[in-house]
Design a protein around this ligand. Structure first.
Ligand SMILES: [Zn+2]
Length: 85
């Protein structure tokens, strides 16, 4: 009985891994996420350093007291901070 449970757990884990891989392939082929992340209709913000548009949720942010500034990377954030400091 214990062996059956162990096998069952292994099967479930393998199935989950399998579907994650399949999801990744679908995402790569169609260019859209199957995990529910909205790729359209998201408010994009502009990185003031390099001009790249970034999704606020994934951006590196810097607060200057009144507002938040969004950057594509910590490199841009640091150079912005160095410029304005
Ligand atoms: Zn940038």
């Amino acid at each position: 009985m214990l062996r059956f449970v162990l096998v069952l757990i292994l099967v479930v884990l393998a199935a989950r891994t399998f579907w994650r891989v399949v999801d990744g392939i679908i995402e790569g082929v169609t260019g859209r996420s199957t995990t529910g992340f909205p790729s359209r209709g998201v408010q994009m913000v502009r990185d003031p350093v390099c001009g790249t548009f970034v999704v606020p949720d994934r951006a590196v942010t810097l607060g200057d007291g009144r507002r938040r500034i969004f950057f594509c990377s910590t490199v841009c954030r640091d150079s912005y901070r160095a410029r304005t400091a």
